[in-house]
Design a protein around this ligand. Structure first.
Ligand SMILES: [Zn+2]
Length: 180
């Protein structure tokens, strides 16, 4: 029995048959074809969920770092270059917010099985940010230190899960081959 899959031809947009090697409408080759929804496992979705969770914690971390830097820099007589702790917190805040934004985007991309490179880079950045915090945190026992300890395993696990199921991501090559 002929069965239509949920995937569409990227060249003409026609619905494709399940496990089709080429598009019946325009004849475009689909090899190496994209992984169909049926072949998807929960690993990459789990990676996305973990990354979004870690990103939310990282956002809190960034906001806390901004508040700390503001207090340190203003307490010591305004924005003064001689205050390494204040600028350290400010730098960390920027990094935490950037990795949070990338992580949130990467989480959504994981659900769509898109842009493997960006997904693993974002997970790696979240991981680096949490590791850096262990060395740079002026208040290691505080909320930020606690959050960093949570972000580290979450981002590491999402990095491993996404890498383990790399083949589920839609490859750039699959799109190129559709153009023939
Ligand atoms: Zn087509």
């Amino acid at each position: 029995m002929i069965q239509l899959s949920e995937e569409r031809c990227t060249k003409c947009g026609a619905r494709l048959l399940v496990n089709a090697d080429f598009c019946l409408n325009c004849g475009a080759s689909l090899k190496p074809r994209v992984v169909s929804r049926k072949e998807r496992t929960g690993f990459v979705t789990a990676a996305g969920v973990l990354m979004i969770f870690a990103s939310c914690l990282s956002a809190v971390n960034g906001i806390v770092a901004f508040i700390i830097s503001f207090v340190l820099l203003t307490y010591h007589g305004g924005f003064h270059l001689a205050d390494p702790a204040g600028y350290g917190a400010l730098r960390f805040g920027v990094l935490a917010i950037v990795s949070s934004g990338m992580g949130l985007t990467a989480g959504v991309l994981s659900f769509k099985r898109k842009q493997f490179g960006f997904v693993v880079s974002s997970a790696a950045l979240l991981l680096i940010t949490s590791v850096w915090q262990f060395f740079a945190d002026p208040f290691p026992g505080g909320l930020s230190g606690f959050l960093a300890r949570a972000i580290l395993p979450l981002s590491l696990l999402s990095l491993i899960l996404a890498s383990y199921k790399k083949r589920e991501f839609i490859s750039a090559r699959a799109h190129l081959n559709h153009k023939d």
